[in-house]
Design a protein around this ligand. Structure first.
Ligand code: AMP
Ligand code: MG
Length: 428
């Protein structure tokens, strides 16, 4: 027993040493996507919480649980317009019952229903004491003044939702870490949460680099292209819950780049830089981060597209350096940056939903890297999810990417033939 526990302790200690050892090397070597995600999760901090109006809360992460402050329904509720009575009184239907009152939504019938009696009842109203069934109005017939004829036998509990059948007072409905969706609003409102406690929004700064990059509103001159990355990242980050500031484009020039990075890190939780992360003569992102004293956590990922992705910490803030090609930017945002933004907000599910789809054509992976290739998937007439088409012809082709709805995972060196099943990640 003792030996076993010592063994377990040693194993824990050595795995920690190995982990620290391996992560110090992670910066230099090419690491798998899963390892990169692990490092990001380890380095990401949590944000403070805040209380906001429920109407403003869609997309925010719950910082506390939502529970029922009352039974629902709060009383035995009629599901139909009709007559409430004792089920056993309707056995010999058609049968005549005396109408003794009415129960409407907002004002129930407070006396007890006795044998031979019925109460006119409306949808949503309280079923009176003594009644245990509601016969809908279509199965009744006006008899004469003060009487109703029940045309069909009613079973006990027919058309009644019992008190607390939907939820009991005190029961949990939503947990901390769930992202509030539009479909959750009515439930949250029903239990009195006019305001909800959520995580604060991560402050994200976006910095596009490249001497060839001009603003979207400009007409590019010879050798120039428009800055499509910043606005794309701004939209992605906002959808992931962030408050975004897009910074002015920075040319491939060290001094200005360094001062922009310093400014950005000061006022944000996360800085996303695009471009300049490779090993070209004018790729200054990594040198600038190093000169500023950033800790580079990794800088090469076994990923196509997105191999030269950089993840660093500077003054305790997170910095992502994404390769400039728009498709690489999108893929690396979804795999890495989104994970960090959601973790900061305390979200439970940090990664995009995965699934499987059948290849309808040959899909070839990269020799030395795992590929996450943009594809469009759809359900065919047989009910199978199929990869309708590959939406990837290189990391610069964002027009193909714009019709993708998933990423197909192709492990290093693997080729999938038509008919094979491929793991996919659904895009938001
Ligand atoms: P880089 O990572 O700087 O080598 O850039 C790779 C490719 O992405 C180049 O063709 C760039 O022109 C392009 N690119 C870089 N930044 C942007 C941007 N902000 N918007 C659109 N394309 C970009
Ligand atoms: Mg560049």
């Amino acid at each position: 027993m003792l030996a076993a526990s010592k063994h377990a302790q040693d194993a824990k200690k050595y795995s920690k040493i190995f982990y620290e050892f391996s992560s110090s090397f992670a910066a230099k070597i090419m690491i798998p996507v899963s390892e990169a995600i692990k490092i990001i999760k380890r380095e990401t901090f949590s944000l403070r919480t805040e209380t906001i109006d429920l109407s403003e809360s869609v997309g925010r992460v719950l910082a506390g649980e939502i529970s029922a402050d009352m039974d629902l329904p709060p009383f035995d509720r009629s599901q139909m317009d009709g007559f409430a009575a004792k089920a056993e009184d309707t056995k010999g239907a058609p049968i005549k019952l005396k109408i003794v009152g009415e129960s409407v939504a907002g004002k129930g019938f407070d006396k007890k229903v006795k044998h031979g009696e019925a109460v006119r009842i409306m949808t949503g109203a309280r079923v009176p004491n003594g009644a245990d069934a509601v016969q809908k109005v279509e199965n009744t017939c006006k008899f004469d003044a003060g009487f109703i004829e029940i045309l069909e036998t009613a079973k006990t509990k027919q058309n009644i939702i019992k008190r607390a059948e939907e939820i009991k007072k005190g029961e949990k409905i939503f947990s901390k870490g769930e992202i509030i969706t539009e479909n959750m609003i009515a439930s949250i409102a029903s239990f009195g949460y006019a305001k909800v406690q959520v995580s604060g929004k991560p402050k994200v700064a976006i910095l596009a680099t490249g001497s060839e990059i001009v603003d979207v509103a400009e007409k590019p001159a010879k050798d120039q292209i428009r800055n499509s990355n910043s606005i794309m990242l701004a939209v992605f980050a906002q959808i992931a819950g962030a408050e975004v500031e897009v910074l002015p484009i920075v040319k491939d020039e060290m001094t200005n780049l360094k001062s922009q990075i310093t400014n950005a890190v000061e006022k944000s939780d996360v800085l996303i830089i695009t471009g300049g992360v490779s090993v070209g003569d004018y790729d200054f992102t990594k040198p600038a981060l190093r000169e500023l004293g950033a800790e580079i956590c990794f800088e090469r990922v076994s990923l196509k597209p997105g191999k030269p992705t950089v993840f660093a910490k500077l003054n305790d803030k997170l910095v992502f350096g994404l390769p400039g090609n728009p498709v690489s930017v999108a893929v690396t945002f979804y795999l890495f940056v989104r994970t960090a933004l959601l973790q900061m907000q305390g979200a439970r599910n940090l990664e995009l939903k995965k699934g499987f789809a059948v290849a309808t054509e040959k899909i070839k992976g990269a020799k030395e890297r795992d590929s996450f290739l943009p594809v469009s998937v759809e359900t065919n007439a047989e009910g199978n999810l199929i990869i309708e088409s590959l939406r990837f012809s290189g990391s610069s082709n964002f027009i193909a990417f714009s019709r993708a709805n998933a990423l197909a995972f192709v492990p290093q060196g693997k080729t999938f033939e038509r008919g094979e099943v491929i793991q996919i990640t659904f895009l938001p």
